[in-house]
Design a protein. Structure first.
Lengths: 233, 177
């Protein structure tokens, strides 16, 4: 299987000297196409730092992050931005929907920034919204949507296009159990279709949708679990 | 108990013979608690003795049919009407193990908890894989059972988090490894 994301001895330290805080210490992690890897740990264990580094939103202090074989540190700012736009889908706790754009426009934006025609971007956006049962609200503004609908719009935006790496941080936040399960199934389906997915969560039942669960403690990987042998699949 | 009432519930849909009851019990509950033929026939015998079911004769292939009678219907209704009692709780090995571990020198509590957490997550992962299939299945019964088993494993994982947080500052807790 193709490795999509690779962390090699990645560390992230904030501050220096006596006030130095190690958020992540020499973490190795590989995520292949078709795989969902969940990252669990207490608050402050380094989960969100790991995700930010993997997505090129933060720079590692030591080690290197490779996405599809290319080191993020070797890229220019422009190259990194293009990679983030094209290849990486982000589902974070903050939805960051633009209030002046409709749901469909929010979802289409990354495709338009990437050079797709407005018409093609809108068509893709409508498909992505339909997959999340949001067909009816495509032309509404975020403020006119419920929390759960906003969440799903953000998810549609993260999934649009050919994203090969999906990075999710507690992606089911505002959704009830059954709707949240729908999101996890969607991530699972994306992985089954060839994407690599990293899912940061403190919910055991969410982490359980992953092929592997990696446990972080004080910025280090302390353990890993896979489904018990003999499980039906 | 669940076998007795499970069979009464299935018989409320119409007369059935033993093997039929055994397979529909599994089809409806997902096979987490399979019944053996002996349990089914023994239970049917007791239900008949207690006047809750009646023999309905055999078909051409020699299957002996049982049917629910009025007393059986009343018993089944009473089961659905009453909450399931779970007291006293069954002995919980994990709770006992951790309770004892907190007082013992030389036990690395953090490691004990992490090994358990990893095993619990592995169980959750396996159940979730079965659930992914059950979500698309025709009958919702197996999904209901998987949700119950998932909730129990989820509760265990949460209990470990609570335990971890509560004991984090204890002297024999090597949380800073």
């Amino acid at each position: 299987m193709t490795t999509v994301l690779q962390l090699r001895a990645v560390g992230r330290t904030h501050g220096s000297g006596g006030s130095e805080v190690v958020a992540l210490a020499a973490v190795d992690l590989e995520v292949a196409a078709g795989e969902v890897v969940s990252v669990m740990g207490h608050s402050g264990s380094g989960k969100t730092t790991l995700l930010a580094l993997a997505g090129g939103l933060d720079a590692a202090t030591t080690g290197e992050v490779l996405v599809e074989g290319t080191s993020l540190t070797s890229m220019s700012r422009g190259e990194r931005a293009a990679l983030r736009r094209r290849s990486i889908g982000y589902l974070f706790q903050e939805l960051n929907l633009l209030p002046a754009l409709t749901a469909a426009e929010n979802v289409a934006l990354p495709r338009e920034l990437d050079g797709a025609s407005a018409r093609a971007a809108r068509r893709e956006a409508l498909e992505a919204l339909a997959a999340l049962e949001l067909d009816g609200v495509a032309d509404r503004f975020p403020d006119d949507l419920s929390g759960g609908q906003q969440q799903r719009v953000a998810i549609a935006r993260a999934l649009i296009g050919e994203r090969r790496l999906l990075l999710a941080d507690e992606p089911t936040g505002a959704l009830d159990t059954v709707a949240g399960e729908g999101v996890l199934r969607l991530l699972r389906a994306r992985a089954d279709a060839g994407a690599a997915v990293v899912l940061v969560t403190h919910e055991p039942t969410h982490a359980a949708w992953a092929d592997r669960v990696v446990f972080l403690r004080d910025g280090r990987v302390v353990d890993e679990s896979r489904p018990r042998a003999g499980a039906t699949r | 108990m669940s076998i007795k009432h499970g069979l009464l519930a299935l018989l409320s849909e119409g007369p059935r013979y033993g093997y039929e009851l055994r397979s529909s019990f599994e089809a409806r509950t997902g096979g987490a608690w399979p019944l053996n033929a002996g349990q089914v026939y023994t239970t049917l015998g007791r239900l008949e003795r207690d006047g809750l079911v009646t023999q309905e004769g055999t078909d051409d292939e020699g299957h002996l049919y049982y049917a629910l009678n009025d007393a059986g219907r009343a018993e089944l209704q009473a089961w659905f009407d009453a909450p399931v009692e779970r007291t006293p709780p069954p002995r919980d090995e994990l709770a006992i193990k951790l309770a004892l571990a907190t007082g013992l020198a030389g036990i690395d509590l953090a490691a004990v908890v992490q090994r358990q957490r990893s095993a619990t997550l592995a169980t959750l992962q396996a159940l979730t894989q079965q659930k992914a299939t059950a979500l698309d299945a025709e009958h919702p019964g197996p999904l209901v059972v998987l949700d119950a088993l998932l909730s129990a494993a989820d509760a265990e994982a949460r209990f470990l988090d609570v335990f971890d947080a509560r004991t984090a500052s204890r002297p024999n807790h090597r949380g800073d490894r």
